[in-house]
Design a protein around this ligand. Structure first.
Ligand SMILES: [Zn+2]
Length: 198
């Protein structure tokens, strides 16, 4: 038999988008115990593709919402789109992240100033999701760095880990705790810093 895996996104404004995730093929004539259900390798590959589709659609919807100025309801243009790498537990995904023009209605003293910002950067200032960062640090604290990397590589489709990746993550989490900040940093200040555009 053949199995096709598709997912469908329904955006808040009603548009639907279909993503072809992948497919499987199983022989019923020469069936074996190893061919029953999904293998770990197949599961990792499918999760990675789902993550890629979900993240890109999510970035698009978030950016669309942010194009409406919350103060004066002006629909703001997208200045440009830049590739942005996001490390997640389910793989490293490169998304096209729009930068939205800031509405200057909040800065009437600078009518000529133009600025843009990335909604994705505001939400995720680091390159890795909090879930991946937490798991790297947690495994790194319980096992040797090499073993923590091996476990992540074996069980998840995240980007290739090694002892240095784990060591660095644990060090950054420890430094963050020493500074009294949360493990998952908050970035409420980032959005208020306009990035000058040309
Ligand atoms: Zn405005």
């Amino acid at each position: 038999m053949k199995v096709r895996i598709r997912i469908e996104t329904e955006f808040g404004w009603g548009e639907r988008r279909l993503h072809e995730i992948g497919g499987l093929e199983r022989s019923s004539i020469e069936a074996s115990e190893a061919s029953l259900g999904l293998s770990l390798t197949e599961g990792k590959s499918i999760l990675k593709e789902i993550q890629r589709a979900v993240l890109q659609d999510q970035v698009e919807e978030i950016s669309e919402v942010e194009q409406v100025c919350p103060t004066c309801s002006t629909y703001l243009p997208v200045h440009d789109r830049r590739p942005r790498r996001v490390d997640t537990l389910f793989g490293r995904v490169t998304v096209e992240a729009p930068r939205v023009r800031m509405c200057m209605c909040r800065f009437p003293e600078f009518p000529e100033f133009k600025a843009a910002y990335s909604p994705l950067t505001r939400i995720l200032p680091e390159n890795a999701t909090p879930e991946l960062r937490r798991l790297q640090a947690d495994l790194g604290a319980r096992h040797s760095f090499r073993e923590a990397a091996r476990l992540l590589n074996e069980l998840t489709p995240c980007a290739r880990q090694n002892h240095a990746t784990i060591r660095n993550r644990l060090a950054s989490v420890a430094a963050c705790l020493e500074d009294g900040c949360d493990e998952a940093p908050k970035v409420s200040d980032v959005q208020s810093i306009p990035t000058e555009v040309t």
